[in-house]
Ligand binder design. Structure first.
Ligand code: NAD
Ligand code: TYD
Length: 350
């Protein structure tokens, strides 16, 4: 049986990818290798945890021996690398953890794959999942292409950019069969409520202030997480070795519009008066070095591999809010304990 390691499979995007792969390829064994940080949650995967082609290993990619030992046991044919520290605001407070996991952890995986594959690259593939934030910040015009020079501005995006460069270096230097994708902002079920959309949903639920950084005019390009998972599966199978593919929703929105839309949807679903939740909007001190706008040109992926986003924004938004309302226990569990002190620290005095 072929086997594939997925790092970060208990996180937001990772759990959607693991589910897709485990259900689609019963003949392949998938090993979810995850440290279970605050962002990793096995409750995201209860529906497939007993599948015969799925196993979980609690492990840290920063510890090279753990990665080695997983490779030793399973002799992986492929790697989907998603494990990362992923939140910009946390990277501003504590950059070092981002350097360790996102850079050192990636190098450990690259070294281990290289060691075990030992130049026999037939049928092997190392897929590195990255972000559009490596390209920096756009003004009102233009979109990121795969050829856009890297210009990361936060410790998070700098650490991801660094990992992308290293992955490419292992391709050019050692011939490691890599492929990289850079995706825009994802939304959907199971996203940890430190990110804009689930944080706002959770605060509306509790009728707490809705923190909007600056004037709320920054723009993000939103993609439904299931569409990202489909793109990753496709690129892994059909993408060209050594290439980079941009993935995006062509769905740009100002943050304030996202927040207002969520207010309207939630007022309707919670039976509140129209306009009630909008009163909770609170403009707070801007994020340091806040990137103004991200926008992705995904025409390479669309033309070469015939991918396109399937979930329209309105539909995706309804689905997302419905999921959080139907899974309030999940929300309550992840927002108890450490989350409360994180929230206090991050938003106090803003
Ligand atoms: P997430 O924070 O929800 O999940 C990250 C997962 O990685 C968690 O399960 C965590 O436990 C695990 N992890 C963290 N450090 C680890 C370590 N040292 N060893 C092993 N596991 C570790 O992140 P996400 O939003 O699902 O993002 C997944 C990947 O996709 C990341 O590489 C991120 O940079 C990239 N990405 C995210 C977005 C987005 O909008 N969320 C967009 C583009 C790209
Ligand atoms: P986020 O979900 O953290 O993703 P990223 O910074 O990686 O794009 O933030 C999305 C946008 O929302 C970003 O412009 C920052 C803004 N934002 C707020 O206005 N308030 C918040 O409480 C958060 C978490 C983000």
């Amino acid at each position: 049986m072929n086997s594939i390691i997925i790092t970060g499979g208990a996180g937001f995007i990772g759990s959607h990818l693991v589910r897709l792969l485990v259900n689609t390829y019963p003949e392949i064994l998938f090993i979810n290798f995850d440290k279970l940080t605050y962002a990793g949650n096995l409750a995201n995967l209860t529906d497939i945890e007993n599948a015969p082609n799925y196993r979980f290993i609690k492990g840290d990619i920063v510890e090279e021996e753990s990665v080695m030992s997983a490779f030793e046991t399973y002799r992986f044919d492929g790697v989907f690398h998603l494990a990362a520290e992923s939140h910009v605001d946390r990277s501003i407070v504590n950059p070092k953890e981002f350097i360790m996991t996102n850079i050192v952890g990636t190098v450990n995986l690259l070294n281990t794959a290289r060691h075990f594959w030992n130049g026999h690259y037939e049928g092997k593939r190392f897929y590195h999942v990255s972000t559009d934030e490596v390209y920096g910040s756009l003004g009102d015009e233009g979109k990121f292409l795969e050829t856009t020079p890297y210009d990361p501005r936060s410790p998070y995006s700098a650490s991801k950019a660094s990992s992308d460069h290293l992955v490419r270096a292992y391709y050019h230097t050692y011939g490691l069969p890599v492929v990289i994708s850079n995706c825009s902002n994802n939304y959907g079920p199971n996203q940890f409520p430190e990110k804009l959309i689930p944080l706002i949903i959770n605060n509306i639920r509790h009728q707490k202030p809705l923190p909007v950084y600056g004037k709320g005019l920054n723009v993000r390009d939103w993609l439904y997480v299931g569409d990202h998972a489909r793109a990753i599966d496709l690129i892994y199978r059909e993408g060209r070795i050594g290439q980079t593919y941009n993935i995006g929703g062509s769905n740009e929105r100002q943050n304030i519009d996202i927040v207002r839309t969520l207010c309207r949807i939630m007022d309707r679903k919670l039976g509140r008066k129209d306009g009630e939740s909008e009163k909770l909007i609170t403009f707070v001190t801007d994020r340091a070095g806040h990137d103004f706008r991200y926008a992705i040109d995904s025409s390479k992926l669309q033309n070469e591999l015939c991918w396109k986003p399937e979930v329209k924004f309105d539909e995706g938004f309804e689905k997302t809010v419905d999921w959080y309302l139907a899974n309030q226990k999940w929300l309550d569990e992840v927002t108890s304990g450490d989350y409360l002190s994180y929230y206090e620290k991050m938003y106090k005095g803003r």
